[in-house]
Design a protein around this ligand. Sequence first.
Ligand code: CUA
Length: 432
Amino acid sequence: MFRFLPEQASEHAAEMDWIHHWVTDISVFFTVAIVGAMLYFAVKYRKRGGVDHETPRIEGSHFLELVWTIVPTIICIFVAWEGVRIFKDIRKVPADALTLYATGSQWKWDFEYDTGKKTTNNFVLPVNKPVKIVITSQDVLHSFFLPSMRVKVDAVKGLYNYVTFKPIKTGDYRLFCTEYCGKDHSAMLGTLSIVSENEYTRWVNDKSEKQTSPIERGKLLYVEKACKSCHTLDGTRGLGPSWLKLYGKTGKFVDGASYTADENYLRESILKPNVHLVEGYSPAMPSFEGQLSESDLAGLLAYIKSIDGTGPKTAPAATTAQQPAVDLTKLSPAERGKLIYEKGKGAGAPCLACHSLDGSKLVGPTYKGLYGKEGKWADGQTYTATDDYIKESILNPAAHVAEGFAPAMPPYQGILNDDDIKDVIEFIKTVK
Ligand code: CUA
């Protein structure tokens, strides 16, 4: 009775429906029993021929009180227990889940796969393979609803949500937006086609139009946006945490709260890096708010996830920590300084992460016109950027911080020797 839910097309659908049906059945049972008894007594003891019926008056029955307290309590606890258990179960993402991104906007759903395949409204997934769909919105609230898969979650601008499920049947299934989102909300529909693994592979790799995959895009951004200046790919410590095995990692913020590096954590760390600082790091990262599109962010996330220490893709990209294969003795001091500026040395992050050459203000002062410049420290004293000043600024940057800058620079004591510092100073002299 009362089996009106749509087809069960995902693995967890049966379990979810079971509790749903159970709650429905028990509600129907009690409704019929209570309303039925009420109607029965109302008819049986109605006023007939102007005469009221005498009814027995029962006062206080401990047995009845206990029964109607204990039985519903047990039922409620059981439903809550099962509900939480099943909810936890259906939110758990299997390790081998295929990940794709869905972005809602007025009034369509855009999908993007790891291969770079992009679709709108209609998307395809393989049967019998767990999937995780990371969902966000570009504008207002939408809600992602696949009834046959028994998944539904809000799409919120500025936040990642997800659904996870394992399709168990091939076929076409309806996708709805189930949050009123404006004029064409009712037309914000899509279709999920579940196909065989082979068919899926063919479809997802068919790139008739030229597209870059999110991972490739993330990799490009890693260089373009200079993430590589501070975040290594091989686990060595830079100015910021390494990206090696970063996704899913747990740790602590400076305020002692713990975090798990999931999508929302990474998103916040990129857009608002100083809201939550990871323990042991200084607030050196500039905000990337307004500089990255949703698709750029998805690319960076996909790339960060790919640096999981398994693929060969991590090795060649880890250039930051490698020493340049150049004969240093053949270079002039300024050229050697430039190499340190660009590539860093040993465990030291490259200077370019924080010091520009074109006069623009980054985390630290620009190198342009720096040598010989006069300025003020945060404590009001004046300084001239001589050799000694620059040397101290590199080895022990916290001793004197230039006015208007945060004490973000790590000391290079033990990383750069006197000769390296001379080279860097020679290089700074050339940046006029
Ligand atoms: Cu989008 Cu309703």
